[in-house]
Design a protein around this ligand. Sequence first.
Ligand code: BDR
Ligand code: CA
Length: 311
Amino acid sequence: ARKIIIDTDPGQDDAVAILLALASPDEIELLGLTCVAGNVPLDLTARNARMVCELAGRTDIPVFAGCDRPLGRELVTAEHVHGKTGLDGPDLPEPAMPLADTHAVDFLVDTLRVEPAGTVTLVPIGPLTNIAAAFKAAPDIVEKVHEIVLMGGAYFEVGNITPAAEFNIHVDPQAADIVFRAGAPITVMPLDVTHKALVTKPRNDAFRALGTSVGTAVAQMTDFFERFDKEKYGSAGAPLHDPCTVAYLLNPELFTGRHINVEIETTSELTMGMTVADWWRVTRRTPNALFIGDLDADGFFDLLTERLARL
Ligand code: BDR
Ligand code: CA
């Protein structure tokens, strides 16, 4: 199984991504969850991550709290999407499992340092603050990364937090800039693909029909999460942004994209955090990312539902 670390700000869609990884032990060895401030402040993302581990019966997964604010900006949160707790919807108990006592950035550095080159996959599904802080503190760990598969950015679909920018990149554009320039192989799941991974009514019914506590909680989470996109964009269901990353690890053939240059806007307030993606290759800038543009949505939901049934 491939070793991964999920860096996360749960978030209902983050929760589903974590559950998908925990449901797939043959392919994925989850070394830990590193939490970051994003959808809600850090104390809540670190709480929610532990609630998700407990829901899956996996209190053995270490959960680390990391950076409580972006590298150089004020924190922007998204309670308008995810609710007051960040994980509104199901009625889950407060977590009993403790947080690990190491800072998430130290865990990232220490873990990568002891692993052979090119062996650990990073799966960032929140603002990139923890990952950038680790790369800044210990540039030697970059070569230990096999691949970074992240959710963030947008090209044709442009913004969901500003007209020009997607939330994860907008919250910490400086961190994103560091990560995109680091030199590790990067695969990006932008809004262009995640807005095609919609939890329609039949797909939500399929989660509920699992008849398990995980199936019910996922149905309730995606029900709650749907409200925002439905009202705002008339979307047919909740976009399952973050689980696209883990599904890609399990079956990359569900996705198609282009290997292109992606740069991050870090100075203009108007377009802060925009992912300037050279989709049509109109520059000579060196490609630094596989930018995903499409997925087989039915294949994605079949995989997700079949895996969640195992928990
Ligand atoms: C991203 O922002 C968050 O609200 C979601 O969890 C996802 O990671 C989508 O723009
Ligand atoms: Ca997220």
